[in-house]
Design a protein around this ligand. Structure first.
Ligand SMILES: [Ca+2]
Length: 358
C-alpha cells in the first residue's frame, strides 16, 4: 500500500541560483503518476494493494499548483488522464495538453523591475487539437503548507506566446502558463523569475496582499478561524474569509496586515513612496449591520488613519480610507479591520477582498 504518491515535493527538487523551487511541468507530473501506478498495480509484484494519488482536490488558491490534481477553478489536469488509464485500462478519447516547459528570455536571468519579457508555453495536444493558454504572475511560494491566499495576477493574453512586463516589485516571482484544449483538461509549466532591486521600497499602487500578510490577529482571536471565499475563479483579487464565534457579547476581534508576517514593530517595515491617496477594499458579512472599524498605521508608523462605525451588510460593499493628509514613510500596518460581536453573540462570517493602496 502506497499511502500517497505524486510529483516530488519542493524540498526534493532542485532550486534556482536565487533559491526558488523549480516545479515540474505537466508532462513530468503525469510521468510521476504513471510511474507510480506501474509500480503499485495490483499483481505487478503479487502483493500490491494499491495507493492514493496525491492530492485529489482543487488548488486551495490559484498559487496552490504543486500537488493538486485539479486547478483552483476545478479544471482537471492532464495527470488525471494518466491515472484514468492506470485505473480503468483505457485512456480518455480526448487527452489533455502535454506541456514540456516555458521558453523565455527571462529564464535564469536577473530582471529589472517592469522589464519586458517574452515567453512561449511549449505545449501540444496529443490529438493535434488547438490549445489556448492562461498566464499568471504569482509570488514564488507554492502555498503547499499555507492556507493563506497569495497574490497573483492574470495576464490578459490567451496565446501560447506572450509578451508581458516583469513585476515592478523586486523579489522572487514565477510565471505560470496553463494550456487548455477542447476537453477542458489543463496542464501547466512554471518558470521562476528573479526581479532585482531594493525590495524594501514598494511601488504605488499596490495590492496590500502582495506584500503584507493578514497575520496580526487581535482581540478574541482564539475564536477566529480562516474559511474559504466561495469563488472558484482563477487568480481573482485576493479574498479573505473568517469565521468568528465570539466568547460573548461585547467582544471584538481584529486583524492587522503585516510585513514581514508577524512584524509588530521589531523588524524593518517596507517603505511606501509618497503620493498614496486612499486605501480601497470590499467588505461584507453573512449578518446585516455588523459594526466594523477600518484603519492603517500602527506602532512605530508615523501616521494613523481610521474609520469607525462602519456597517457591514450581506452584500459586498466598497469602502475607502482617505490617505490624503497621511505622512508615512515606512509602513508597518498597511491595513487593519476590527469588528464587534453581533448583538446575539452568535457566530459570524467576515469577508475582505481586494485591499489596495492607491
Ligand atoms: Ca486533446
Amino acid at each position: 500500500m502506497v499511502t500517497e504518491y505524486g510529483p516530488r515535493g519542493p524540498w526534493e527538487t532542485s532550486d534556482t541560483s536565487w533559491g526558488s523551487d523549480i516545479e515540474a511541468p505537466g508532462v513530468e507530473k503525469s510521468d510521476y503518476y504513471r510511474g507510480w501506478t506501474d509500480v503499485i498495480e495490483p499483481g505487478s509484484r503479487g502483493n500490491g494493494l494499491g495507493g492514493f494519488a496525491f492530492v485529489w482536490r482543487d488548488g486551495k488558491h490559484a498559487t496552490d499548483t504543486w500537488f493538486p490534481l485539479f486547478r483552483s477553478d476545478g479544471a482537471p489536469t492532464s495527470s488525471i488522464d494518466a491515472l484514468e488509464k492506470a485505473w480503468t485500462g483505457t485512456a480518455p478519447a480526448d487527452l489533455g495538453p502535454e506541456v514540456q516547459g516555458i521558453t523565455s528570455d527571462a529564464a535564469g536571468v536577473s530582471l529589472d523591475p517592469g522589464a519586458g519579457i517574452e515567453a512561449t508555453l511549449d505545449a501540444s495536444d496529443p490529438e493535434g487539437g488547438a490549445l489556448s493558454a492562461t498566464w499568471m504572475l504569482a509570488v514564488a511560494s507554492y502555498a503547499v503548507d499555507n492556507d493563506e491566499p497569495q497574490y497573483c495576477e492574470l495576464i490578459e493574453d490567451n496565446a501560447l506566446s506572450v509578451e508581458l512586463d516583469a513585476p515592478r516589485q523586486p523579489g522572487p516571482w514565477r510565471l505560470v502558463g496553463w494550456a487548455e484544449g477542447a476537453s477542458g483538461t489543463v496542464a501547466l509549466a512554471s518558470m521562476p523569475l528573479e526581479v532585482t532591486g531594493d525590495s524594501e521600497i514598494l511601488t504605488l499602487p499596490f495590492a496590500v496582499d502582495s506584500y503584507y500578510s493578514a497575520a496580526g490577529w487581535m482581540g478574541d482571536s482564539d475564536e477566529l478561524t480562516r474559511t474559504d471565499c466561495t469563488e472558484a475563479t482563477l487568480c481573482a483579487p485576493i479574498c479573505h474569509a473568517w469565521s468568528w464565534n465570539p466568547i460573548g457579547t461585547g467582544e471584538w476581534v481584529g486583524v492587522y496586515w503585516q510585513s514581514p508576517s508577524g512584524n509588530w514593530g521589531d523588524e524593518q517595515a517596507p517603505t511606501v513612496p509618497p503620493g498614496a491617496t486612499s486605501i480601497t477594499f470590499e467588505a461584507w458579512s453573512d449578518h446585516e449591520n455588523i459594526e466594523a472599524s477600518f484603519f492603517a498605521g500602527m506602532g512605530t508608523d508615523s501616521f494613523s488613519v481610521r474609520e469607525d462605525d462602519q456597517l457591514l451588510s450581506t452584500e459586498a460593499q466598497m469602502f475607502t480610507l482617505d490617505l490624503g493628509s497621511a505622512e508615512y514613510t515606512e509602513v508597518l500596518g498597511a491595513f487593519c479591520f476590527s469588528v464587534s460581536a453581533p448583538d446575539d453573540g452568535g457566530a459570524v462570517n467576515l469577508y475582505l477582498r481586494d485591499i489596495r493602496w492607491n
